[in-house]
Design a protein around this ligand. Structure first.
Ligand code: ADP
Length: 197
């Protein structure tokens, strides 16, 4: 298997680059944000809980988020060639849980791709996305909270995965194709992965 975390601040392009990764390497995409938004759309009990956090720009509590991921791995990712995790982990306890969840399925995390984008560009991109898609948490107040949460709770994962020698930093500014080529080059060098396999 080839299991990859796509890491970066909100607005850094994780969704866009995930699409490319799953198509080129035949992987399965798990976006925890999408999983939660799907529950909100279907108005499930979990969706109602998640909505209260997401609309304030806060993280869903770790124990709940980890249980959701465990369930998605069982129901949807079993038998796949590998997974691109988009938006998970977002905290150190989630990173530790991910290791356990993969290990208990006889596999491991192979690489963490970090999309690095300056803050002013992140804000601009999310404002534009909010206008284009109507995504409810892409409004100025919630964006501010999400970036604060990112700096406090999520950005320490960069050092965590650097220590584990899994972090591959990528300049996330500029042309989408150029960014993907950089990702592919570093990923293939680090893991031996090959496109179209
Ligand atoms: P973005 O990275 O642009 O903020 P996501 O779709 O990944 O978009 O996440 C949207 C929201 O969903 C987050 O702000 C958070 O409230 C919630 N969420 C997504 N993934 C997680 C996670 N791993 N842990 C806790 N909350 C999460």
């Amino acid at each position: 298997m080839l299991n990859i975390v796509l890491f970066g601040a909100p607005g850094s392009g994780k969704g866009t680059q995930s699409e490319r990764l799953i198509n080129e390497y035949g992987l399965y995409h798990i976006s925890t944000g999408e999983v939660l938004r799907d529950h909100i759309r279907r108005n499930t009990e979990l969706g109602r809980i998640a909505d209260a956090y997401i609309s304030r720009g806060q993280l869903i509590p770790d124990d709940l988020m980890i249980r959701i991921l465990d369930d998605v791995l069982d129901k949807e990712a079993a038998g796949k060639k590998g997974v691109v995790f988009d938006g998970f982990p977002r905290t150190i306890p989630q990173a530790e849980a991910l290791k356990e969840l993969l290990n208990k399925r006889g596999t491991d995390l192979h690489a963490v791709i970090g999309l690095e984008v300056p803050e002013d560009e992140l804000v601009e991109r999310m404002i534009q996305r909010g206008k284009a898609t109507g995504r409810a948490d892409d409004n100025p107040e919630t964006i501010k909270n999400r970036l604060e949460v990112y700096h406090h709770q999520t950005s320490p994962l960069r050092d965590y995965y650097t220590n584990e020698k899994k972090y591959l930093g990528i300049n996330g500014q500029g042309d989408v194709e150029r960014i993907f080529d950089d990702i592919a080059e570093k990923l293939e060098k680090a893991t031996g992965a090959k496109r179209g396999c």
